[in-house]
Design a protein around this ligand. Sequence first.
Ligand code: 13P
Length: 341
Amino acid sequence: MNLAELNKVATAMVAPGRGILAADESSGTIKKRFDAIGVESSADNRRDYRELMFRANEAMSKYISGVILYDETIRQNAKDGTPLVKVIEKAGSLPGIKVDKGAQPLPMCPGEVITEGLDGLGQRLAEYRGLGAKFAKWRAVIDIGKDMPSYACIMTNAHALARYAALCQQEGIVPIVEPEVLMDGDHDIDRCYTITEWVLNTVFEQLYYQRVALEGMVLKPNMAIAGKKCPKQASVAEVADKTVRLLKSCVPASVPGIAFLSGGQSDADATAHLDAMNKIGGLPWKLTFSYGRALQAAPQKAWSGKTENVAAAQRAFTHRAMMNGLASLGQWKQDLEKKAA
Ligand code: 13P
């Protein structure tokens, strides 16, 4: 393992004013997104849609430090035959790859899941490295509900995340460690805080036992936020204050950066929350975005599968990338949204 090289890549992934585009939707998830805009989920449509983002030059060169790809996309060529990985690199961004194989029911723990994909992962990582991947992603899913999460769910998922991270570093790939506490329930922000604290402490304990070098990874957590169905939604200031306090108490300063998932927040909320945290300032790590839905909802809608809408979709993507780039510096302003609307 070359820690200096891993640290260099991790630092570039969270470079000031930039963040990560999560474009690694599985075939099932991208189909759902395409269904919503009335587009058939064919390999060509998936390619055309993702290519339009990767060719949005201003967004990619100024605001997007890296792109998380799905297995299909890392092997795909652009319409003109150029590998999509090369299109991303040429724009000055880093290609990455989702390597988990999704969540499956966790035995004996009704309603809970464990992320699979460790078998053969070392070989798969070596292949992805050959295809150009500089970093990888593994997502663990923790749901909050009655008697949930269980110790078993948190422990097994943290263990798998650390196994994955150690394998990545051994192969010279920076792991994005993503323990996602879902915001689907009716729990309040304080319950999300307590559970996320438990999850993060367990994850960092496992990373320590499995000898993962924290300087060579990026953490991708949820924010401390009320569940979508909670009648009492927290203000932007409360989300920012509680998330910063939570992360300061759980994430060692040797981690170069934290790149949040959006997890079903609206794009406006995801930007406002990130900005408010960076406005607090005085943080030991970089705080940025690794958004999927919060970066892509607007361009997907603008595109709607039509060639004549490509430029409008690229503008919508560039706008969200720029707003989040500013938020990663604590320099976003509500007025900037109005001007674009
Ligand atoms: P969202 O921002 O849509 O939550 O996606 C980020 C991601 O990569 C989830 O694994």
